[in-house]
Design a protein around this ligand. Sequence first.
Ligand SMILES: Nc1ncnc2c1ncn2[C@@H]1O[C@H](COP(=O)(O)OP(=O)(O)OP(=O)(O)O)[C@@H](O)[C@H]1O
Ligand SMILES: [Mg+2]
Length: 720
Amino acid sequence: MLAVVFLLTAAVLALVQVRMRAHVAEDLASALRTESDVYSKVEEARRQQSALSAALIANLPSLKALMSTHDPLTIQDASEAFLQTSGADVLILEDPAGTEMAIHSRNKHVITSSERLLLFHSSGQHDWWFVNGHLYDLSFAPVTAGAGSEAHRLGQVALGREVTPQSMAGTDALKDGPIIFERDGHVLLSSLDPILWEDFQSWLAKSSHHPQSIQEIDIQGERYLGSFIELSGDHPIRLFCLKSYDQATSFLGLLNRMLVMLGAIAVLTGALFGFVLSRQITRPLEDLVIASRQMEKGDFEFPIKVQGRDEVAELTRAFEQMRKSLRLSREGMLRSARLEAVGRLAGGIAHDFNNLVMIIKGYSDLLLESALPENRPHIEEIKRAGDRASGLTRQLLAFSRKQVLEPQVLDLNHTVRGMLKMIRLLLGEDIELLTSLSEQIGRVKADPGQLEQVIMNLAVNARDALPGRGKVIIETHFCDLDETYAATHNEVAPGPYVLLAVTDNGCGMNSETLTQIFEPFFTTKEPGKGTGLGLATVYGIVKQSRGHVTVYSEVGVGTTFKIYLPAIDKPALAPQSQPAAQLSAGHGTVLLVEDEAPLRALAAEALKRLGYHVLQAGNGLEALVAADQHPGDIHIVVTDIVMPRMGGPEFVEKLRRKRTGFSVVFMSGYTEAAVLENANIGKDSILLNKPFSTETLVQKMREVQEAAAAEPIPAPSTES
Ligand SMILES: Nc1ncnc2c1ncn2[C@@H]1O[C@H](COP(=O)(O)OP(=O)(O)OP(=O)(O)O)[C@@H](O)[C@H]1O
Ligand SMILES: [Mg+2]
C-alpha cells in the first residue's frame, strides 16, 4: 500500500518536472527572442541618432574652417571642443586621404593605444571599433567645403559612442542573463565573468549559428539558452544574449523538495489514517476472528473489547451474545452429561442395593414375628438400618430417574397448599413463609409423592441456608418458554410450563458450588447433617417428569430454585384417600416370577404366610412352564418387569393367550422409564415399587383381590 503511494508520488513528481522544464525552456526562448528584438531596435535607433550627430558636427562651419587649415596640430588642438559639443565618447577627424588629423576621447587609454590605427579602417558610414578593451559604435560623416560643382571634400568626421554590457542591458545585465559582444570567435566584452569567456569561445568554435535561433550552451557545467543578433558595420560584431536555464529551473528543485515533503505528509497522513482505520475496523474484526478460533478450541473467555456504536461494534456485540449463549448451552450440556453419567452409575448400584435392602428388611420382618423378646431390639435395629438404606436407595433411584413414577394429572397449587402446614413446622417460627400461587397455571402430570419430595427438599435446603431467621417464598405461575429460552437452555423444549419457584434470602452460593449442587453426595454441610442427595433427587424427579430446573443465587443475598413442569390441558384428579392396609388372609394360587432368588424366596415366604399357594419361577420362560405344569387355576401373577430371557410384560401377554381369570401385580425397582412406558402391562395391572415392605405387598394383594371381585377378569388379550 505504502509502496504504491510512493510510486505514484514519484511518478507525479517526474511528470511535473518534465512538464515544468519544457515550460521553462519555452519561456526562456521566448524571453530571449523578445530581448534580441528589443536590442536590435534600440541599436538601430541609437545608430540613427549617432549618424545625425556626426552629420551635424560635419556641417559645422567652424569645423569646416578648421579642416581647411590642413594642419594636424591646429586641428588636433582646436577640435576638442567638438567632442564636448557632440556628447560623444570619441571624435576622430581625417583628411580625405584617410590620415588621422585629430582624435579626442573621454578615455585617455584609447588615445594612447597603439591598436587604434590598426583598427580604424572604415570606409562606410558605420563601424564597430574595439580598442584597448573599449568598444565604440562609430558613425561617419563627410566634411565638405563649397557647394554644387565647387564642392570639395575636406575629410570626414567620426563620432563614437562607447558600448558596454551595462549600457546595453542596464545595470542588471547579469541578473537577467549575461550578454556577450563577439567578433570572429573572440569575446570582446561581456557581462559574463572573464574566466568563463574561454569556455564560451570554445563552444563558439564547435557549433554553427543562425541569428535568432535558440541554442543550448554549456559554460563550466551551467546550462544556458542563448541567441544572438548581428550588429552591422564595416567590422560587424555579434551580440549574444544568454539566459541561465539552470537558474531558471532552480525553483524546480525547491518545488521538488516541497512536493516530496507534501508527498511524505500525504503518505504519513495516509498511513496514520490507515492505522486509525485499522484500529477502528480491522482490529476489532481481527479480534473477532481470533475469538472465533479460540471458541473452536473451546476457549469461551477470550476478551473482546466493544467500543462505539458503529456496525463493527454491533457485530462484536452480536458475536459476544452468541458466544455467551453457546457457552451457557455448552456448560448446560456438559453438566447434564456429567449428571447423566453419575446417574447411570448411581442407578446401577442402587438397583442391586435395592434388592439387598429388601432382603434385609423382609427377613427382619419374618424374624420379628417369631423372635424371642430379648432378640427383638437387635432385629428391630437391623430393620431400622434397612429402612435408612431403603431411603437412600430411593433417592439414588430418583436421581438416576430409574424409580417407577405413578404420574397423575394434578394441580400444583393443591399439592403446595397441602404441604404448607408441614413446611411451616419444618421452618420454625422465626422463618417467614410467604406464598404467591397464581390460579391460572394449568395442570401438570407428575407423581404427587415425588412432587412433594421436590418441594420438601427445596424447603429444607432453604431453611438450612437461613441463619435462624429470614424469609422463604413459594410461588407458582404459568409461563411460556420461547425458542430463544430453549436455545440457551439445554434439553428444554419450547412451550407452556408451570413454574414452581422456591426463594430464600439466605447465605446464597458461589459459582463453584453452583456448578456441583445437583451431583449426588455433593454437600457443604457438616458430616452427618446432609447426604448431598436432596438436589440430586430434585433433579432426577424433575427430569423424569420432563421438566427442568434452574437456579439463581448470590452470595449473601439468597437463592431461587425454579422448577418448570410442562403444563397440560387436562383436569386434575381428585386426590383419593388410601385405605389403611390391613393384614387379611389371602387365598388362591399366586405365580411369583422374580430373577433374584433370595428376594423370590422372601416374597414367597410372605405370600405363604398370608395363606396363598405360591408357584415360583426365575424368569418369564420358567413361569410359562410352571403355569403349563399347574393343572389348577392361577389367581394372581406377581412378576418382576425386567428379567433375563423373558421379561414380565411379555410373559403376562403370552400367559393371557393360554389362560384367563388371573390378576397381575408388576414389581419394579429398576426400570428404564422407556421400558416401563413401552411395556404393555395392561390397564388393570397393579404396580408394586421395590423396595416394598410386607405391608405394601399385603395392600397390593388386597387391591388385586378387590378388583377381581368387583368385575370379571377380562378375556385373554392379543393387544401388543
Ligand atoms: N437454598 C440454598 N441456599 C444455599 N445453598 C444451598 C441451597 N440449596 C442447596 N444448597 C447447597 O447445595 C448443597 C447440596 O444440596 P443438597 O440438597 O443436594 O444436599 P444437602 O442439603 O447438603 O444434603 P441433603 O439434602 O441430602 O440432606 C448444599 O450442601 C448447599 O451447599
Ligand atoms: Mg438438601
